[in-house]
Design a protein around this ligand. Sequence first.
Ligand SMILES: [Zn+2]
Length: 247
Amino acid sequence: MQDVEKIKKVFELNNSTLQIKLDILDVYLEYRKGARIICRLDSEVESIVKIILDMNIKVSVGKGLVFQKKGSNNVVDFFENDTLNTEKLIPLYISLNDNYANSLREADESKEDFKFGAMLDYPTCCIRKVVEAGKVPSIIEAFHYLQENEKFNVWTWPVAMIGDASLLVHYPCTSKCKESIDIAQKHFHLIQKYAPKYIIDRVIRYHTSHYAISNDIISIDEKNGILSPLNDLKKMDNGKQFSGSME
Ligand SMILES: [Zn+2]
């Protein structure tokens, strides 16, 4: 049985991205068999490891440290602080199953992209797109390929990552990817029910605002910008309001 207090504690973690929180909760709630979270090698790792062990989630720690490359996306999306480019980051592979956490690490370290994506339970169509392109898209690329006639689908909009407000932890293959839409809706449901108000407000803001791009810098504005939302975050695709229950 899942513990509501533990879910709330994950959302209340300080200095962690929404993406990390959703990855942890996906594993805890068994939406996905495993996840990789990339943490800063400071107190962040400590607080995250403490909370996930308390949730009976198993952790396998990656060997190598990775360094976030300066300007890789031209967007500072993760930690909103100046020292971002010099920080040491460490990957943690998490699962409810000990062996699975280790296998995840091995698949990542051996660069078996398709296998690794499948083990993370990302939609097959979305993994295929990344494998065929040979790389994960940048946020700027996502900004372009995920729009439909100057609109964006609120359920397939990882670009909200620029405000730490993405409802997805992977890049959807298209703006209409059914599996991605389902995942985003599950995540929004969780956020609405258990996240602190500032997170809910931020997620809503980044899915109701207009987006603009200039010199490869993406920005949002409540009313102006070339891209506006296609649909309403508060309504499911079938037009029904969220009931407020877990299922
Ligand atoms: Zn897809």
